[in-house]
Design a protein around this ligand. Structure first.
Ligand code: 5GP
Length: 177
């Protein structure tokens, strides 16, 4: 028995996940042909996705990382976001692809996009592995999307529950929640 099996059930298996990421990589490579892409991964959750995605994009690119933490009001975000670790290079003039693990209420991404646009990049696009549209509290234009999911709390492939389960190679749901 693997360590997670008592608590987590598979929602999107490893093969389906990797196949979808490869397809997104092909799409992104086609769209950014001739440009110098900056893949900006949101810490910590999107790191697993962003590194697999970057490996699927057949273009020269650079990677940077932005740490954010959302203030929680009860179980959900209040929309007030704090940057806990900033990027290492100037974003001005760059073609930025923000890579996120999940867009839930959308409030974190709204804050991030406002913050990034103030730095005057050449372009900003959004790529998220998962979207929970039923929970949206603001409209976010998503340019690249892995999967649309129901309103369930998911873990794995970067997503945590109390900082655990990030290392699962699939997306799962917590049993009995
Ligand atoms: P937002 O509500 O601002 O769109 O999402 C804020 C953050 O909440 C996400 O980046 C993610 O870290 C976390 N989050 C939202 N839904 C889930 C979920 O189902 N599972 C996990 N582990 N984190 C989630």
């Amino acid at each position: 028995m693997q360590f997670h099996e008592r608590e987590v059930a598979v929602l999107i298996g490893e093969e389906a996940l990797q196949a979808r990421i490869r397809a997104l990589g092909v799409e992104i490579a086609r769209d950014y042909q001739g440009k110098e892409l900056t893949v900006l991964a949101v810490l910590k959750g999107a790191v697993f996705f962003a590194t697999d995605l970057a490996r699927s994009v057949d273009l020269p690119l650079t990677m940077d990382f932005l740490g954010v933490s959302s203030y929680q009001g009860g179980t959900e975000t209040t929309g007030e976001v704090r940057i806990t670790s900033d990027v290492t290079k100037p974003m001005a003039g760059k073609d930025i692809l923000v890579v996120e693990d999940i867009i839930d209420t959308g409030l974190t991404m709204k804050f991030l996009l406002e913050n990034l646009r103030a730095r005057q990049p050449a372009s900003v696009k959004v790529c998220t592995l998962l979207e929970k549209p039923t929970r949206a509290r603001t409209k976010i234009e998503i340019d690249y999307k892995g999967f649309v999911i129901e309103d369930k709390f998911v873990v794995g492939y970067g997503l945590d529950f109390a900082d655990r389960f990030r290392n699962l190679p699939f997306i799962g749901v917590m049993k009995g929640r």
